[in-house]
Design a protein around this ligand. Structure first.
Ligand SMILES: [Zn+2]
Length: 235
């Protein structure tokens, strides 16, 4: 039994080791491409800075690095971003009932009512439009319409149909966006319900729930969550 337990522990350690290495290999820096400058919209680049003999990781606006006169945003420290993230996540876990549940309710209400009925209305209009065009073709075939009149009427109906289709697509697009947000908020609620507060940066949590980071200044950043809300943190 002793040997079996030891073998199991070794196996587990091995798997963990492999997992860790894979993680690092596939996504070396979780912040790459995800930090956005609020002043110029560029992404931040990772750099190694040194003060005296001490080296540290910093993130800098790529436009600022290229041409300092075009963006005045200064660098921020990797460590500070991680600390701000830990604070933000802990606030979210602590205040989930105040922040996330009302958001979920609001999103659910929105996606179910107005957009859906407007889409149904448009579908009726599209159907009616198709019937009118069919009738027009029949009348033309039977010789009741002048070709010029037919063309004019037909073009008008076509334009109307394109207009309805465009509106319908836009609404479906918006509705899907809302539904995916509902899904993201539900994920976040599930996570915060069972999560314990953290005291170090957790890459997995960051990747699961954060879309991007916006840098407002050297002392304030905002985490844009996948569910659509932005939570600001001082650094
Ligand atoms: Zn910038």
């Amino acid at each position: 039994m002793f040997e079996a337990v030891e073998a199991a522990l070794n196996q587990r350690a091995k798997e963990k080791g492999i997992e860790k290495r894979n993680d690092k290999y596939q996504n070396r820096y979780s912040f790459s491409g995800k930090i956005i400058c609020s002043e110029c919209g560029s992404t931040f680049k990772r750099r190694i800075h040194s003060s005296g003999t001490r080296k540290y990781v910093a993130w800098c606006c790529s436009k600022h690095l290229k041409q300092i006169t075009e963006c005045s945003m200064q660098f921020i420290r990797d460590e500070d971003i991680k600390t701000a993230f830990v604070t933000m996540i802990n606030k979210l876990i602590f205040g989930r009932k105040l922040i996330l549940q009302p958001l979920l309710d609001a999103l659910r209400g929105m996606s179910n009512s107005d957009n859906l009925s407007r889409i149904q209305e448009l579908e009726k209009q599209i159907e009616k439009n198709a019937e009118q065009r069919e009738l027009l073709v029949k009348l033309m075939a039977k010789g009741y319409l002048e070709p010029a009149l037919f063309n004019r009427e037909n073009n008008e109906l076509k334009m109307e149909a394109d207009n309805y289709m465009g509106q319908k697509e836009a609404l479906i697009h918006a509705l899907n966006g809302e539904l995916s947000k509902v899904q993201e908020v539900s994920n976040l609620i599930k996570f915060t319900n069972k999560a314990e507060m953290i005291n170090t940066f957790k890459e997995q949590i960051f990747n699961d729930h954060i879309e991007k980071i916006i840098v407002y200044s050297r002392v304030e950043i905002g985490f844009v969550l996948k569910c659509g809300i932005t939570l600001r943190e001082r650094m």
